[in-house]
Design a protein around this ligand. Structure first.
Ligand code: GDP
Length: 317
């Protein structure tokens, strides 16, 4: 959700439909709820609901039970380049209304379009929005409502990183996945590993060492390269067969003595890791460990996840 022109449709198109950020300048406006079901192509199963920005919650035709009842996370987009007082009022109205219907909704505030701000004003804007939003909640006796804040832009990887954090909160098996990644990297001398949803480049889990943006960006870029090359040169026995399949793997040597290594986990997920070239001497061990890891991941998902529903509502303008 969010006010008109805050960037909701752009986020949806860039993250889930591979639109390039510049093309979002020409997005057409829409005045209806758009349910975007991405469950066929992505591991992450949810719907994106694109609603008009100016919803009147008092209007009896607005069925908040239906809308918030099955909602896992509500993403509220605020344009950081604009005056955000209206947006904060709307945020307050929305979260209090949604919380009444469903106390399990995770509230995620995207402080968006921060590419236009300097480092200092990014921090200042985040502090100010955080303070005002929480003050509004405290003043109305709703301090139990928790809001998470993310600085985002479609012009860099921050929007993918923020969506990764949002989606991870909705995955009940996250601790098991992180644990498996930790075991995998410590037994294979890997520096950093991610489990990616290939279509969206959202990482659904990583090991517990801190994520630095540069490693994440390298891994995202690698997925793009692999998908593009497979799409052009991949062998396709059946015409409809996906270019990314259970044989997919790739190895890229960087000129700083580091290696990027990608292995397919299942139709939706890829394991991507960064390691030092010296440690890749023992590729057999890494590959063996990977097979054990893949087997374990499959077991984690045996009782497969119920589709998590996430609402990201907005009006395309
Ligand atoms: P909506 O009404 O909330 O769906 O907003 P749109 O997605 O239509 O976006 C409104 C305008 O904001 C478009 O011209 C986008 O190109 C622009 N926009 C969206 N995201 C960003 C961003 O991260 N940075 C910048 N600078 N502009 C953005």
């Amino acid at each position: 959700m969010g006010l008109r022109r805050s960037g909701k449709s752009s986020i949806q198109k860039v993250v889930f439909q591979k639109m390039s950020p510049n093309e979002t300048l020409f997005l057409e406006s829409t005045n209806k709820i758009v349910k975007e079901d991405i469950s066929n192509s992505s591991f992450v199963q949810f719907q994106i609901w694109d609603f008009p920005g100016q919803i009147d919650f008092l209007d009896p035709s607005f069925d908040s039970d239906m809308i918030f009842g099955g909602c896992g996370a509500l993403v509220f987009v605020i344009d950081a380049q604009d005056d955000y007082m209206d947006a904060l009022n709307k945020l307050h109205l929305t979260v209090t209304k949604a919380y009444k219907v469903n106390q399990n909704v995770k509230f995620e505030v995207f402080i968006h379009k921060v590419d236009g701000l300097t480092e200092d004003s990014k921090m200042e804007t985040q502090r100010d929005i955080h303070q005002r939003a929480n003050d509004d909640l405290t003043d109305s006796g709703c301090e139990q409502i928790h809001l998470s804040f993310h600085l985002t832009s479609i012009y860099d990887h921050s929007i993918f990183e923020a969506f990764s954090k949002v989606v991870q909160k909705l995955i009940p098996q996250l601790p098991a996945l992180e644990n498996l990644l930790n075991i995998m990297i410590s037994n294979s001398a890997i520096e950093k590993a991610f489990l990616f949803d290939v279509v969206s480049k959202i990482y659904i889990a990583t090991d517990s060492s801190p994520v630095d943006m540069q490693s994440y960006e390298l891994c995202c870029d690698m997925i793009d390269v692999v998908i593009d090359v497979s799409g052009i040169y991949g062998l396709q026995e059946e015409p409809e067969a996906p270019a990314f399949d259970n044989q997919s793997s790739s190895l890229i040597k960087l000129n700083n003595g580091t290696i990027l290594y990608l292995r397919e986990v299942n139709r939706f997920l890829a394991f991507v890791c960064i390691l030092r070239e010296d440690n890749f001497d023992r590729q057999g061990v890494i590959d063996y460990n990977f097979l054990c890891f893949r087997e374990a991941i499959q077991q984690v998902f045996v009782n497969s996840i119920q589709p998590n529903e996430m609402a990201c509502n907005g009006e395309t303008s």
